[in-house]
Design a protein around this ligand. Structure first.
Ligand SMILES: [Mn+2]
Length: 315
C-alpha cells in the first residue's frame, strides 16, 4: 500500500489536497501537513476546502491562509483527508486519480489507492506514518499532524487511543513543536457566538429512555440570534454525553435548507444509524445531513429508530 501511494505521488507533479465539508482540525491538519511535506518535496501543491467558513482558531497552522475553495489544477492527483465518502468533499472528482487517506471504519474505499486505517486515532496519524516512510518530515507538517491528533482524540481521551497513539505523539514532539501553543488555540479561542449557541442548545436539552438519550436542538432562529457559524457548533453534542445517565447524545441542527445531525455515544455503535441516512463516522461519533422537515416529527422518528436498534436499555 505504501509503495502504491508513493508510486502514485511520483507520477504527478501537480497535487490537489482536499479536506471534507464542515471542516475540523483532523481533516484540515492532515491536509496542511501533507501540503507542507509535498511542497518541500518539490511538488506543485494546492490545499482545498469547499466551505468558505473555516474554523478560525486553526489559523495558527502553517499555510492555513493558502486554503482555497476550488480546485485550480486540471489534471492533478487528488489526495483526500479524513473523508469516509467522496460526497463529503463536495467536488466532482470523476476521471481523477485519488489517494484516500483516512481512518473511518465506514470508509467507502473510493480512492485509486486507499490508505485507510480504522485502528488509527486520527487521519493525521495515517498520513504521518505513511509519508515518513518515503519523505523527510518537517516541523511545519508535524505541527499540523499533532494538532489534528489531539483534536480528534480530545486530548487522548477517546476509546480510539492506544499505546501506538502515544508512541506517534511522542515521536511528533521530537520535532520541537510548541504544544502549549496548540492547546491555547484549541481550547481558549472560542467565539462568543459559540457560547451563545451552546447556551441555547443546553436550554433545549431533553432526556428520553430513562435518561439514556439526550437530544439537543440548534434551531435556525437560535443560530441567527447567536450569529453562530458551523464551526461554532463543534463540541456542543459532547455536553449531552457528559451527563451521568446518558449513553447517546444527539444535536439536531437546522441549517439553511437541511438538517444536520451530530451524534455521540459512550460505548454503543451509532455509526450504523448515520450510514442509514447516507452519513458516516465512527462507532462513537457519527453524523449525517438530511432534507429540512418538521423538527419535532424528525426527532420523534429518530427516537423510534434508535429504540429499534436495541442499543439502549431504557424505556
Ligand atoms: Mn478524523
Amino acid at each position: 500500500m505504501v509503495q502504491e501511494a508513493q508510486a502514485l505521488i511520483d507520477r504527478y507533479s501537480y497535487i490537489s489536497i482536499l479536506s471534507h465539508r464542515n471542516p475540523e482540525a483532523d481533516t484540515l491538519g492532515t491536509a496542511l501537513g501533507i501540503y507542507a511535506l509535498l511542497k518541500a518535496y518539490g511538488k506543485s501543491v494546492e490545499v482545498v476546502n469547499i466551505d468558505r467558513n473555516l474554523p478560525n482558531n486553526l489559523d495558527f497552522l502553517p499555510n492555513f491562509q493558502k486554503i482555497k475553495h476550488g480546485i485550480d489544477y486540471e489534471e492533478s492527483l487528488i489526495i483526500t483527508c479524513d473523508a469516509s465518502s467522496i460526497d463529503l468533499l463536495g467536488f466532482d472528482l470523476s476521471g481523477r486519480e485519488v489517494l484516500n487517506i483516512d481512518h473511518h471504519r465506514s470508509s467507502t474505499y473510493y480512492g485509486t489507492v486507499n490508505v485507510v486505517k480504522p485502528d488509527y486515532a486520527a487521519a493525521s496519524c495515517v498520513a504521518y506514518q505513511l509519508f515518513k516512510t518515503f519523505l523527510p518530515l518537517n516541523r511545519e507538517a508535524v505541527l499540523c499532524f499533532y494538532t489534528a491528533l489531539v483534536s480528534d482524540t480530545q486530548y487522548f481521551t477517546t476509546s480510539s487511543v492506544s499505546k501506538e497513539t502515544f508512541d506517534i505523539a511522542s515521536d511528533m514532539i521530537t520535532f520541537e513543536i510548541d504544544i502549549s501553543q496548540v492547546a491555547y488555540n484549541l481550547r481558549q479561542r472560542r467565539t462568543l457566538a459559540s457560547i451563545r449557541i451552546l447556551t441555547a442548545a443546553l436550554q433545549s436539552l431533553q432526556l428520553c429512555f430513562d435518561g439514556e438519550l439526550a437530544v439537543m436542538v440548534a434551531t435556525n432562529d437560535a443560530l441567527k440570534a447567536s450569529g453562530a457559524k458551523v464551526s461554532d457548533l463543534i463540541g456542543i453534542v459532547d455536553h449531552g454525553l457528559s451527563l451521568a445517565t446518558v449513553e447517546v447524545a444527539i444535536l439536531v441542527i437546522e441549517w439553511e435548507d437541511h438538517i444536520c445531525l451530530s451524534m455521540r455515544s459512550k460505548t454503543v455503535d451509532i455509526s450504523q444509524l448515520a450510514v442509514s441516512y447516507g452519513g458516516g463516522g465512527h462507532r462513537q461519533a457519527a453524523g449525517f445531513q438530511t432534507t429540512l422537515q418538521d423538527i419535532d416529527q424528525f426527532i420523534q422518528r429518530l427516537k423510534q429508530e434508535i429504540k429499534a436498534l436495541g442499543i439502549l436499555n431504557g424505556t
